[in-house]
Design a protein around this ligand. Structure first.
Ligand code: BES
Ligand code: MN
Ligand code: ZN
Length: 493
C-alpha cells in the first residue's frame, strides 16, 4: 500500500493541507475546531449549515473551496445519525478518501471530533479502503493528464498513549485487507495457485511464520482424493499452503483459519452458464481472506497461536475432469459421490479440514464463497454463519459485528442431512436446490473430527457487483476483519 498514515496533534486551523476532510454527524453544529476553520473560509461553513445545504447524512459530502494557505479544500463528510463507532468512522473515512482520489490530491487530513483509539483505527481502515485500487493492468494516462494518487493521510488526535497503537493496528488490518482485495481483483490468469505459494512465502519470511506447501503428489500421498478430483481437469499444480503464527505458548492449541482458493470456477463438467461467469475469479476470496488475516496477525504480533490453511486450484472441464456420478475418497476415508462438479469448494475444504486436525485446533473457522444459495438468502449484507456449537457461533458473530462484516446465524439441523445421503457412497456432494447453503455446511461438518468448527459462507459478501458508495464494486476485504477480530478477542481473553 503506497499510502502512509500519521497523527496530527496541532489545531486543525493551524495546518496547511491540500484537503481537510471533516467528518460530521447528522444536523451538525459549529464546534470549536470547526469555528476556527470557518473563520478561514469567511463563514462558508456556518452559511452552509444555516442553508441546510449539508445535513450530515450518511455518505453525504460537500466540497468547499479554501484559501491559498490553511486548508486549500474543505470536504464535509456526513456520518449520519447513528452513534459514533469504529465502523461509522471507517465508512466516513472511506468516502473522504474516494473523494480525495477523484480530486487528485496526494495528501489529506481527517478530522473527527472526539475520536478515540477505536475510531482512529476505523478511520485508517476506511481511508485505506477508499483509496484502494488495482491499477496494475491498466495503461496510465500521460503524466500531464494524470491525477495524483492519495499517498498521505494524517488523522487529528489528542495526545494519548493508545492513539499511536490504534493507528498502527489500523494500518496492520488495512494491509491485510488490501492483500485480500488485490488477490481477489487479480484475474484468474494472474492469481493462480502459485500466487498463493508466493504470497505465503512472503508473509512467512516477513513475520517469521513457518510455511508448508503441498502439491499434487504430496496430496496424493495424503490420500486427498476429494481436493484432487477438483484439480483433475487442470494442468496447473494445485496447492495447499499452511502458515503457522506461533505468538502464544508452545503448548497452546491454535486457532485454525481455512480458506477456499478456487482461482477460477467454471463449474467443471457441470459447467456454469456464460453470463457473469467472469465473477468466478473471486472464488478464491476465502483463501485471500486467510492470507490477508495472517498478514494482519503477523503485523499485529498477536500473542496467540494461529494457523492459516488454504487450498487452491481451478475448476475446469476437460477430458480428464471428474464427472457427475464418479465416487472419490477423502483423506479421512469417507467416500463422496459427485453429483455436480460445480459443488467443488466443499470438496477442496473437506481435505483441508481433515488436514487441520494435525494442528490440534482449539477451533477451526473456514471462509468460502461456497454457495449461490447464500446470495439468494442473505444478499450482499450478511455473511452466512454456520456451526453446530452456538457458543463459538456467537463468538464469530460478535467478531464480524465488530469488524463491520455482519454475519447471520444459519441452522445446521440433522433433518437437512437426509438430502446429502448417497446410494453408492458415504455422502454426496450436493443436496438439491432447497437449503443449498445448509447442506453444503453439513457436508463440511462430516470432515471435522473433534474440534469446534464454524463455517462462513462469504459468497455474497467477499465482493460486490455494485458500487457500495464507500468502496467501489469488486472485492470488499471480507472476511479479513472477522478473522482478525476473532483472533484478537481470543488473544485478549
Ligand atoms: N463458487 C460457487 C458459489 C458462488 C455462486 C459464489 C455465486 C459466488 C456467487 C460454488 O462453487 C458453486 O458453484 N456452488 C453451486 C453449488 C450447487 C451446484 C449445489 C451453486 O451455488 O450453485
Ligand atoms: Mn462451483
Ligand atoms: Zn466455487
Amino acid at each position: 500500500m503506497p499510502l502512509t498514515f500519521s497523527l496530527a496533534y496541532s489545531a486543525p486551523a493551524a495546518i496547511d493541507t491540500p484537503l481537510l476532510a471533516v467528518i460530521l454527524p447528522a444536523d451538525p453544529v459549529l464546534n470549536e475546531a470547526l469555528a476556527d476553520i470557518d473563520r478561514q473560509l469567511g463563514g462558508a461553513i456556518a452559511r452552509t449549515f444555516a442553508r441546510r445545504d449539508f445535513r450530515g447524512g450518511r455518505d453525504e459530502t460537500l466540497l468547499l473551496v479554501g484559501g491559498e494557505t490553511g486548508a486549500q479544500r474543505v470536504l464535509l463528510v456526513g456520518r449520519g445519525a447513528s452513534p459514533l463507532s469504529r465502523t461509522v468512522a471507517r465508512r466516513a473515512a472511506a468516502i473522504a478518501a474516494r473523494q480525495a482520489g477523484k480530486l487528485g490530491v496526494s495528501s489529506m487530513h481527517l478530522l473527527l471530533a472526539d475520536a478515540g483509539p477505536e475510531h482512529i483505527e476505523g478511520l485508517v481502515i476506511g481511508a485505506a479502503a477508499g483509496a484502494w485500487s488495482y491499477p496494475d493492468l491498466q495503461t496510465q494516462p500521460p503524466e500531464k493528464d494524470r491525477r495524483a494518487r492519495l499517498e498521505q493521510v494524517a488523522v487529528f488526535a489528542s495526545e494519548g498513549g493508545e492513539v499511536r497503537g490504534a493507528l498502527d493496528a489500523g494500518v496492520a488490518i488495512a494491509e491485510g485487507q488490501a492483500l485480500a482485495k488485490r488477490l481477489g481483483q487479480m484475474p484468474g490468469n494472474y492469481c493462480t495457485p502459485e500466487t498463493f505459494v508466493e504470497v505465503g512465502h512472503d508473509i512467512a519470511a516477513r513475520h517469521g511464520m513457518q510455511i508448508t506447501v503441498l502439491g499434487r503428489e504430496d496430496m496424493a500421498k495424503l490420500d486427498m482424493g476429494s481436493f484432487l478430483c477438483v484439480a483433475q481437469g487442470t494442468s496447473q499444480e494445485p496447492r495447499l499452503v499452511a502458515l503457522e503464527h506461533r505468538g502464544g505458548p508452545a503448548d497452546q492449541q491454535p486457532i485454525v483459519l481455512v480458506g477456499k482458493g478456487l482461482c477460477f470456477d467454471t463449474g467443471g463438467i457441470s459447467i456454469k452458464p456464460a453470463p457473469e461467469m467472469e465473477w468466478m475469479k473471486f472464488d478464491m476470496s476465502g483463501a485471500g481472506g486467510v492470507m490477508g488475516a495472517m498478514e494482519a496477525i503477523g503485523r499485529l504480533k498477536l500473542p496467540i497461536n494461529v494457523v492459516g490453511i488454504i487450498g487452491s486450484t481451478t475448476n475446469m472441464p476437460s477430458g480428464e475432469a471428474v464427472k457427475p456420478g464418479d465416487v472419490v475418497r477423502a483423506s479421512n476415508g469417507k467416500t463422496i459421490e459427485i453429483i455436480n462438479t460445480d459443488a467443488e469448494g466443499r470438496l477442496v475444504l473437506a481435505d483441508l479440514l481433515v488436514f487441520a486436525k494435525r494442528f490440534n485446533p482449539a477451533i477451526a473457522i473456514d471462509a468460502a464463497t461456497l454457495t449461490g444459495a447464500i446470495v439468494i438468502g442473505l444478499g450482499g449484507h450478511a455473511v452466512g454463519v454456520f456451526s453446530t456449537d452456538q457458543t463459538v457461533a456467537h463468538e464469530v458473530l460478535a467478531a464480524g459485528a465488530a469488524a463491520g462484516e455482519p454475519g447471520w446465524s444459519m441452522p445446521m439441523w440433522d433433518e437437512y442431512k437426509e438430502q446429502i445421503k448417497s446410494d453408492v457412497a458415504d455422502i454426496k456432494n450436493t443436496g438439491g436446490r432447497a437449503a443449498g447453503s445448509i447442506t453444503a455446511a453439513l457436508f463440511l461438518q462430516e470432515f471435522v473430527d473433534g474440534f469446534p468448527f464454524v463455517h462462513l459462507d462469504v459468497a455474497g459478501t467477499a465482493y460486490s457487483q455494485s458500487d457500495l458508495g464507500w468502496i467501489p464494486k469488486g472485492p470488499t476485504g471480507t472476511p479479513v476483519g472477522t478473522f482478525v477480530e476473532f483472533v484478537r478477542a481470543r488473544a485478549r481473553a
